[in-house]
Design a protein around this ligand. Sequence first.
Ligand SMILES: [Zn+2]
Length: 287
Amino acid sequence: MIVFYKRNIEYIERAAVNPDRRRFSVVDEAPRHYIDLDHYGDSAWHKMPRFWNDAVIQYTEDTLKAYGILPWHINRVYYQLRDAFMIRDPEKILRLSAELGHYIADANVPLHTTENYNGQRTGQNGIHAFWESRLPELFSDNYDFFVGKAEYIPNTQLAAWQAVVKAHLQVDSVLVIEKRLSQQYQHSKYTFETKGRQTIKAYAREYSKAYHTLLQGMVEQQMRASIKMLGDFWYTAWIDAGQPDLKALLDRQPSEQELQQRREELEQWKQQNIRVRVREHEMIENQ
Ligand SMILES: [Zn+2]
């Protein structure tokens, strides 16, 4: 796996931002990036049904789509990736690996799990980009991104939820700490920075540093969690697909004819294997 992924790392970096690019062109895209857990009440993070079909029964599909489907979408892309490994389609494996990275990273950002995603309800407009862009831009050079070996995940749907819940439980800290700090820095909170020909208002460096320190490594920990989780998901998809030989895919894209045949075989196998089908339907958004 490592050879295959390293060889294609530049493509993966570029393609990882595609889901954000199509947010405005693809109707169903936006809700895949977040889940407003607090919309469902204070203990929703604990009570919310983990599997799509159960959640639809409880809340209806329209409601779920209105408040975000991030944890279910992660699992859906996971199955698409596993299928891409099964038919040994390198282009698809890479595209889905990159996109899974995007959604998994979103799931590890606390502000992707709340209705107050940009501090708009607490007078903290701008905190979203502050936490997820400004802080890493200023400080991630000193982060440690070595997270150890990938591990097999017994249940990817529950793993997606685990990440979302962990992120959600940090929402209060993200907001309360910044609120308190902003009272001390009333006049020096912002600065003007020049980027190219543009001058933009940004959170001041001193202010950013103080916030980063008070967060006690939270941004680094969440980035590490994303990296570990993504490696685990890639590895699990590959194992569940029967460990196909990726070296054989390094220099050769199969013909459309070959791929079509493998797709049909996969469909047949799914038709015959009722247990696989039942399990997927429990877990995947029906579309
Ligand atoms: Zn996103």
